[in-house]
Design a protein around this ligand. Structure first.
Ligand SMILES: [Zn+2]
Ligand SMILES: [Zn+2]
Length: 164
């Protein structure tokens, strides 16, 4: 373990607690509902979920659970409730789902880290993480990638080794 790496681990711990530094530009997750697995995505045109509820109401407890879990990292207003939606039941479910994070598996994400000097882009796809910072370029791991591992933990399908 070298000092450069120790510094990055300390920084990753801090970043994982200062989540408002991080913004999800896009994400794709598999969400295990009570009966089926649904695909959720977030991108420039907003949220999508493959469940029937979202299809009818453009909002569902799966997306509401994601909003609840990642609030400081979304930088967008929560989806509005719609007529015909069972709000009481959806709020109840979304609370429970947001505590059951083993329902969620990230397939991809792209985040911006607002660092003290520069912004960095970190992304994840097909179980591998990339970051545009210099440290990552030489070491294939950095404070940003380690912060995302800390935040998402088992929601990242293959949990990379970061502290050994
Ligand atoms: Zn849904
Ligand atoms: Zn980085």
């Amino acid at each position: 373990m070298d000092y450069g790496m120790i510094g990055k681990i300390e920084k990753a711990k801090r970043y994982a607690e200062e989540r408002d530094r991080i913004t999800f530009n896009s994400l794709e997750v598999e969400f295990k509902g009570n009966n089926n697995v649904y695909s959720i995505s977030l991108n420039g045109s907003g949220w999508q979920c493959s469940c029937p509820g979202f299809h009818s109401h453009s909002i569902c407890p799966h997306v509401m659970a994601m909003e609840r879990l990642f609030k400081p990292m979304l930088k967008r207003d929560p989806l509005p409730y719609t007529p015909g939606q069972n709000v009481v039941s959806d709020v109840e479910k979304s609370k429970r789902y947001s505590e059951e994070t083993d329902r969620i598996r990230f397939a991809a994400f792209d985040v911006t880290f607002h660092g003290s000097n520069n912004d960095h882009h970190t992304n994840y796809n097909t179980q591998s993480m990339q970051c545009d910072c210099d440290f990552f370029h030489t070491r294939h791991v950095c404070s940003h990638s380690m912060a995302m591992e800390r935040i998402l933990m088992k929601m990242l399908p293959k949990q990379p080794v970061s502290e050994e």
